[in-house]
Design a protein around this ligand. Structure first.
Ligand code: XMP
Length: 597
């Protein structure tokens, strides 16, 4: 028995399913055109948000019979507008625009709003608004700008919410979803064991007797996928391929071998392809180009390994530990924009996917679910809880440059940035390089601003938000940790070389050890260390620490770490030959992504 989430193309449709599964009820994603026959065993429907307007001629088609099936329905954002319009109400296009936090006044604490306080913080993102309710509907709650923010028809058990209970910024969001699951009478006994059973059936069907050659980086996702496939298909039909691409962390390959051997599986083949990977990105500065080349190189290296091992490519499908977030950020669902092309979503792989030749047992899951599965499969705890590491590794953390500062449109912004920073008693300089960000659901490639002076974390957070909101030229803000005073720096020409990668590897390793020593490893979700070619002498470079905390990686906060840690790691990094300055990234996601490229 399950809840069906009808995907109208919203960024958060899969997050709704993730949240329902966290409540131990089973949720599956369906097309809005799903037939009633396919909904056997479904106890309730959730209509997701989506980028369309109900007046858009291109709105996703849906099966109107769904509204007459007698199932409880919860419509969210676009789903709320759609159900109100479909049932005879009215939606006003573009009347009210509300983005971000809003206060919901709860008029009636019942149905999905049961046990909520009189006022709750919710998260809005809409332009159209319901202006007249269908017959039989009543208002449960409203915000200043939205009179019909929560509505219901008690007789038919149909609910509509203009806000998003599935995002963590809606403080009582989980309680709202829990109320819905309860009123559907959906059992709360679903576990990851059920997911394993379902995947086992699906993977056996997909592979149809063939075998899987799985790329195993040693991160939690691919390791979980490796164990899962071993369990489902048996060791004879699975071979793991660990590629040392030269962009790995310090001693990574040895560690991966050991950790996976501890899990009891020896069917792992290791190749050193660092020279070919380095050659593939030689001279490349643009991040997406780097990502595409690295993604393609993974496949070339896999093909070479197949040939060397004399394995028939027709018999061995490609296996990957792709998560749902990899797909959505790579623009892999119907309406989503490309933020970054993840290494497991480059064109060559998309082609294989379309041909049904890629096995991805985790493709519907988020990181927290992959970890839960890992624990269940007996993966060593240390491996399950390691910080995530991107497939292209240090290659997307070592910024490259042809040495030509890119100042287009920046001079004008510098004065304004200085005025904003002056209000905080700080100085600021827009840096002559760019990094990737995510703003308004789209990709940006803009400048980081460096701020310096005496300040505490709350002031820095405020300044960072103000700078990135006020100036489109800036999508990221870093704070100078040292040295003070700041050296005058310029952009230097820099490409991906073994020497630079070794320097970054050393810095990353120091940063990770310091986190461990200060007991902060689980405090932050991830802390990339980034090498940026800013230099006062044309030789040395700068590094950025990027500690963040998040539970779904779609949004993240920068972590404000204790001064003892920050002071110590700054001193250690400055003592490394080749590093002359240390910055601390004080940008949330959005506007900045976790990785700089
Ligand atoms: P961003 O930078 O998009 O990162 O905010 C979100 C999470 O995704 C990881 N990441 C990747 N993981 N292949 C991966 O397996 C990739 O190409 C890739 N790019 C980013 C990133 O480390 C963070 O955890």
């Amino acid at each position: 028995m399950s809840i069906a989430v009808l995907d109208f193309g919203g960024q958060y449709a899969h997050l709704i399913a993730n949240r329902i599964r966290r409540l131990h009820a089973y949720a599956r994603i369906c097309s809005p055109r799903v037939s009633l026959d396919e909904l056997k065993g479904v106890r309730g429907l959730i209509l997701s948000g989506g980028p369309s307007s109900v007046y858009d001629p291109a709105q996703p088609p849906y099966n109107p019979a769904l509204f007459d099936a007698g199932l409880p329905i919860l419509g969210l954002c676009y789903g709320h507008q759609l159900l109100c319009q479909h049932l005879g109400g009215q939606v006003e296009p573009g009347r009210t625009r509300e983005f971000g936090a809003a206060r919901l006044q709860v008029a009636k604490g019942e149905g999905v709003l049961k046990d909520l306080g009189p006022e709750e913080r919710v998260w809005m993102s809409h332009q159209d608004t319901v202006s007249r309710l269908p017959e039989g509907f009543e208002v449960l709650g409203s915000t200043d700008d939205c009179a019909m923010a929560a509505v219901y028809d008690p007789a038919r058990r149909i609910y509509g919410l203009q806000f998003h209970p599935e995002v963590s910024h809606t403080v009582k969001g989980m309680a709202i979803l829990e109320n819905f699951v309860a009123l559907c009478g959906c059992p709360r006994d679903w576990t990851m064991e059920h997911y394993l059973e379902e995947q086992a059936e699906q993977i056996k069907k997909q592979t149809a007797g063939r075998k899987v050659f799985l790329l195993v980086s040693g991160g939690v996702d691919s390791s979980v996928a490796f164990l899962m496939l071993n369990r489902i298909l048996g060791e004879d039909r699975v071979l793991g391929l660990h590629i040392d691409n030269g962009f790995m962390r310090h001693n990574e390959t040895a560690l991966v071998r050991r950790l996976l051997a501890d899990s009891g599986f020896a069917n792992l083949h290791v190749v050193d392809a660092s020279a070919e990977f380095l050659a593939a990105v030689e001279g490349i500065v643009e991040p997406e180009e780097k990502r595409r080349r690295i993604g393609a190189q993974f496949l070339h290296t896999r093909d070479r390994a197949l040939a060397e091992l004399k394995l028939d490519p027709e018999e061995w499908l490609l296996g990957q530990g792709t998560l749902y977030t990899d797909t959505i950020e790579s623009g892999g669902t119907a309406h989503a924009a490309v933020i970054k092309t993840h290494h497991n979503r480059v064109d060559l792989i998309e082609k294989l996917l379309a041909e049904g030749k890629v096995v991805e047992p985790l493709a519907q899951l988020y990181k927290d679910e992959a970890r839960e599965l890992g624990e269940q499969l007996g993966l060593p705890h240390h491996l399950v809880w390691r910080h995530p590491f991107p497939g292209p590794g240090l290659a997307v953390r070592a910024l490259c440059s042809d040495g030509q500062a890119d100042w287009q449109g920046v001079e004008a912004a510098q004065d304004q940035a200085s005025q904003i920073a002056a209000r905080f008693g700080l100085q600021v300089e827009i840096l002559p390089l760019r990094s990737v960000g995510v703003q308004g659901d789209g990709r940006t490639y803009a400048h980081p601003a460096l701020v310096w002076g005496e300040a505490d974390w709350p002031a820095l957070e405020e300044l960072s938000t103000e700078l990135t909101n006020a100036l489109p030229q800036i999508n990221r803000v870093v704070y100078l940790l040292g040295p003070v005073p700041r050296p005058a720096q310029r952009l230097k020409e820099a490409h991906l070389t073994r020497q630079r990668l070794d320097l970054l590897r050393q810095a990353d390793s120091l940063a990770m050890e310091a986190l461990e020593r200060h007991g902060l490893m689980q405090e932050v979700t991830q802390m990339p260390t980034v090498l940026v070619p800013l230099s006062s002498d044309g030789i040395q470079e700068s590094v950025v620490l990027r500690p963040i905390s998040t539970d779904d990686f779609m949004t993240a906060r920068f972590s404000a770490l204790p001064p003892a840690f920050v002071g110590e790691i700054c001193r250690q990094l400055l003592a490394v030959a080749g590093i002359e300055a240390v910055f601390y990234d004080i940008t949330h996601k959005p506007p900045g992504t976790v990785e700089w490229e």
